[in-house]
Write a protein that binds this ligand. Sequence first.
Ligand SMILES: NC(=O)c1ccc[n+]([C@@H]2O[C@H](COP(=O)([O-])OP(=O)(O)OC[C@H]3O[C@@H](n4cnc5c(N)ncnc54)[C@H](OP(=O)(O)O)[C@@H]3O)[C@@H](O)[C@H]2O)c1
Length: 259
Amino acid sequence: MAFEDLKGKVVLVTGASRGLGKAMALEFRKYGALVAANYNASRGRAEELKREAGEGLEIFKADVSNREQVKAMIDQVKATFGPVDVLVNNAGTWFLGSFEEFDEKKFESMWRTNFMSMIYTSLEVIPEMKSRGKGAIINVSSNAALGTAAIGTTFYAITKAAVVTLTRRLALELGGSGIRVNAVAPGWIETDLTVGGKSREEVEKMEQSFRSRTMLHMIGKPEHVAKLVVYLASEDSGFMTGQVIVMDGGRIDYLTHGI
Ligand SMILES: NC(=O)c1ccc[n+]([C@@H]2O[C@H](COP(=O)([O-])OP(=O)(O)OC[C@H]3O[C@@H](n4cnc5c(N)ncnc54)[C@H](OP(=O)(O)O)[C@@H]3O)[C@@H](O)[C@H]2O)c1
């Protein structure tokens, strides 16, 4: 069977109550990993996930933008399953608006959730990964980080570009310790983030526009990204680190690939 090495591994997925994170949590369970599924506001959704997954998955509440809460959560994960073998930094949010509509409070909150959280979680898990001489960290960036030309996403793209740099730098610092650090950069996937609060007509119009900007003329599913994340966590990708894997249906509206 593929990904056999994941059996019994402790995998922490942040932001697993909905969307991509939920799909990742379920995908890891298929291969027998012990999944710590983090949530913050969506307790009901997290409990639904727990019911759906059954044994081998537990839910842990923490606002990942808060360092103390991250530390407390990782201590609870250790007490429940043991030290984290695989960290998936997925939790994220966005707000849309032009550069001139800059809202400092919103930006700071998004920056802390999308980026600072990855520093906090990584600092907590690295020492034990080092002592075991292995570990995998997978960060969720976005194709926005690499220069897709969607108007209104500039500040979000900046947070996701920081994730790319963190991934490459951490991979360099940790490679000698046997810890691999990679990132995924998904394109448009239908989740609460992208379509929440919109009517079906609005969603259809928007998705038609995004479909027409991909070579495959399609919108992605959370499961597409989840399967890639599982691959990056497994020893099947044991010779990969510092990489940012784009999965966006072949978007054709890039400003540049040059970062
Ligand atoms: N959907 C896309 O098209 C797309 C494309 C590229 C990249 N991404 C990235 O993929 C990741 C997941 O996005 P999604 O589309 O699945 O979004 P989503 O459906 O809105 O889910 C976001 C998840 O993040 C969690 N979260 C948000 N703030 C948090 C916080 N402060 N502490 C802990 N958890 C928090 C939410 O948990 P609670 O509800 O429990 O608070 C939820 O589980 C994000 O990093 C996003 O930027 C998404």
